[in-house]
Write a protein that binds this ligand. Structure first.
Ligand code: HEC
Ligand code: HEC
Ligand SMILES: [Ca+2]
Ligand SMILES: [Ca+2]
Ligand SMILES: [Ca+2]
Length: 427
């Protein structure tokens, strides 16, 4: 593996920084390990911390024993890496008896109330001697469609059956949201992106009349403070500490200093929590490939022309106040505005989450997306519930504020569509 250490071009002093630009510090690796590298600008001590974080991320928890005890009683998976495969996304595996789910089902009652006996997250696994919340079954419904030139395609949509532990179906008033684990790399840079830069992209009332609004999700952190949500598929989490601590408790049943379990028990110490957080903050983004390929360059132009970049913001510069110095003043290319967008009825889960409505989703970062198949060993799945089997399908599901961008793609000539896809695969 070759590492490219950031090369500052132009003046690094003062305000010159934002305009002169600093190249995104990336890692050159196109293998299945592409998402798992530390930022190249860490100190040796931080690299050692990253290595311990890597072990924490991979640690498989059990109910009792000397190594990694505390799992459950109810849980969704037994390790972070069990869902975030190769530090990336999961596949839409739900309710498979042989495998743990690589995602989860959020549930609530209207008004944002917990479901009695279940809470806000449905745990379909339990340790010996305990009952899981119940079982999940996903069937796929196929929906035919056509490109502008008549070429047929098929999309698929999950049909979810939830059965409670007592054998009864989930009451009809329960709102559900099926979510596959999104990628976990590059998130430190998103945490270090200045709030003002994110808010500057918001246009809640679409004052510029381009059909695209974009709203922040304001969420309460564990201290009760209202903050900008950045993480999670509806931007329902303020930072990586909250995200990691919530994952330990809710996804694996591990009480921790931020979120102790329902009996007040802490099963993950502060040190482990800190290194796991540090790991998610310092996972790098793989470098782009085939940058000079004419088709890729044409695709990049089309990405802007079709309106994709109105939400999938190509570039930010991180701020200068993140506690981890390596994350400061970096030019990054996430292809996300971290804002909520109404994506139409087709993608709606009908379950509000913080200030996000049942039709809104956070624009997901697209960096590294071209290596998805490689990292997942030949499989791929996109969108919040993994319904899209290809990048084309992911685009064809866009609706709501992205209806015009979707239509531009759907009706574009074959070579334009191919160029756009070549660009996405170069990310
Ligand atoms: C059961 C599967 C599962 C497990 C286990 C799991 N995650 Fe996740 N992770 C998810 C899902 C699903 C989301 C999206 C959550 C949402 O939208 O509410 C997510 C979101 C995240 C994000 C935010 C990504 C983004 O784009 O906003 C990070 C970072 C993350 N997880 C880290 C971790 C860490 C660290 C652990 C272990 C302590 C962990 N996860 C364990 C499924 C999982
Ligand atoms: C109005 C904002 C908006 C526009 C415009 C838009 N997107 Fe998206 N995009 C989103 C959101 C939000 C999602 C997540 C939807 C979901 O998971 O249900 C998404 C998801 C995706 C995904 C899947 C990402 C993943 O990690 O699963 C791809 C690929 C993608 N968009 C590409 C494009 C392309 C190409 C265009 C232009 C043709 C485009 N988008 C236009 C907001 C937008
Ligand atoms: Ca790893
Ligand atoms: Ca426990
Ligand atoms: Ca607008």
């Amino acid at each position: 593996m070759k590492r490219t250490v950031g090369i500052a071009i132009g003046c690094l002093l003062g305000l010159g920084l934002a305009v002169s630009g600093v190249l995104q510090i990336e890692v050159q690796d196109e293998s299945s390990r592409a998402y798992g590298h530390p930022l190249p600008n860490l100190t040796p001590q931080q690299e050692a911390l990253f290595a311990r974080g890597d072990a924490a991320f991979n640690a498989v928890f059990v109910r009792a024993g000397r190594l990694n005890p505390g799992l459950g009683p109810r849980f969704n998976n037994t390790s972070c890496a069990g869902c975030h495969v190769g530090d990336g996304r999961g596949l839409p595996i739900f309710g498979d008896v042989a495998k743990h789910s690589q995602g989860l089902l959020r549930v609530s009652l209207p008004g944002g109330q917990p479901v009695p006996g279940v809470g806000f997250q449905f745990r379909d696994q339990a340790v010996l001697g305990f009952e899981p919340d119940g079982t999940l079954r996903v069937e796929w419904e196929e929906i035919p469609g056509q490109y502008g030139d008549g070429t047929p395609y098929r999309l698929r949509k999950p049909k979810l059956t939830v059965t409670l532990a007592n054998g009864k179906p989930l009451p009809a008033q329960v709102q559900t949201s099926l979510r596959v684990a999104p990628p976990s790399f590059g998130r430190g840079w998103l945490e270090a992106t200045p709030q003002a830069e994110i808010l500057a992209q918001a246009d809640p009332n679409d004052q510029d009349h381009d059909g695209i609004s974009g709203r922040p999700n304001w969420v309460k952190d564990h201290r009760g403070k209202t903050r900008l949500g950045r993480f999670g598929l509806k931007a329902n989490t303020a930072d990586l500490l909250e995200q990691t601590a919530a994952a330990y408790l809710n996804d694996m049943g591990l009480g921790n200093p931020v979120f102790p379990d329902e009996n007040g028990k802490v099963e993950i110490g502060q040190q482990t929590l800190d290194i796991a957080v540090f790991y998610t903050q310092t996972l790098a983004v793989p470098a782009r490939r085939n940058l000079s390929d004419p088709q890729v360059r044409q695709g990049e132009t089309l990405f802007a022309q079709m309106g994709c970049s109105s939400c999938h913001t190509p570039r930010f510069v991180t701020g200068n106040d993140h506690p981890i110095a390596a994350l400061r003043n970096q030019e990054i290319h996430p292809y996300s505005d971290l804002l909520l967008h109404d994506m139409g009825k087709g993608l709606a889960d009908g379950r509000p989450d913080g200030e996000a409505s049942g039709q809104e989703w956070r624009t997901p970062p697209l960096w590294g997306i071209g290596l998805t198949r490689t990292v997942l060993g030949g499989d791929e799945a996109y969108l919040h519930d993994g319904r899209a089997r290809t990048l084309e399908e992911a685009i064809l599901w866009h609706g709501g504020e992205a209806e015009a961008a979707k239509a531009a793609f759907r009706t574009a000539p074959t070579d334009f569509r191919a160029a756009l896809l070549a660009f996405l695969k170069s990310l």
